[in-house]
Design a protein around this ligand. Sequence first.
Ligand SMILES: Nc1ncnc2c1ncn2[C@@H]1O[C@H](COP(=O)(O)OP(=O)(O)O)[C@@H](O)[C@H]1O
Ligand SMILES: [Mg+2]
Length: 321
Amino acid sequence: MISQEQIRSQLNNCLLEAKFDRWANQYQKGKVRDIYLLEDKRILITTDRQSAFDHVLGAIPLKGQVLNKTAKYWFDQTADIVPNQVLDVPDPNVTVARELDMLPVEIVVRRYLTGSTDTSVWTNYNNGVRKFCGVDLPDGMIKNQKFDEAIITPTTKAEDHDESISPQEIVERGLVDADRWAEVEKVALKLFARGTELAAQRGLILVDTKYEMGLDPEGNLTVADEIHTPDSSRYWILNTYEDRHARGEEPESLDKEFLRLWLVDKGISDDNIPELDDEIRTQVSARYIDLFERVTGEPFETEVDDTPILERIEKNIEPYF
Ligand SMILES: Nc1ncnc2c1ncn2[C@@H]1O[C@H](COP(=O)(O)OP(=O)(O)O)[C@@H](O)[C@H]1O
Ligand SMILES: [Mg+2]
């Protein structure tokens, strides 16, 4: 395990942006990833940007590495189920991916009645919704309760936010055709089952997750972006779930709950966006690293040195241009 000193040594060597002037015409910026478009590939650089409430609050040391390495772990663990985007990981922060023709929907899979955003199932259920994304939800369920089986609640990217949509509407609007959608659901449930099984071996519950998929030039369904990372998934601790749930307590979560509580404590609102101080940045980093180690069962190994992160990345991606 990496020490707090080592994390602190990276507080001034974080990756907020990876824009290089020499490749500016191939550059794109996502929420978390900076991207370079090549002919049939894309270089996905996972940054250390931490956002909440639609604002970038600052950078968390080593967060980009944790996300990129966690995604790589899961792509490897699921490669027998479905092809994935990964061509190469030439740097701890970088994945070189096959360029895919992306499906215009995100595939959200959920095993528990939880969440807090507008598109989350608990928010909707709590407001009286009993048919969500085409799924019938029984009356009388309580927050954080387990569904009988995993459900799929897709979203589409509307202007600047996600919108819930049913499979029927996906097909009717011509976003994905019926046969392809059936394949997407089958693959998503298999991926989620694998995630659940491996997480359980590590004492964790994979609560819910979001997949992005696309088609390769031959028309093969392929998993893209990231899978089962702390940014795209929710994890709870397995052995305390039952008791806490029975007592009406929230599950112990491995995700961004810690940071969320800190932000609430600082009184975050639309006109008060607190800046992350070094202490919280270090603590959040330690939690991301802990999550990586618990999920993968592997130590988080990285060279923590003084090489400026941008310099290292530029050198490692240069051969692709
Ligand atoms: N293999 C791929 N082919 C094409 N597009 C991809 C691939 N993998 C990811 N993307 C897209 O690249 C972007 C990744 O940036 P990210 O910061 O994750 O985006 P977002 O802001 O949508 O979360 C997203 O728009 C994602 O849909
Ligand atoms: Mg993304």
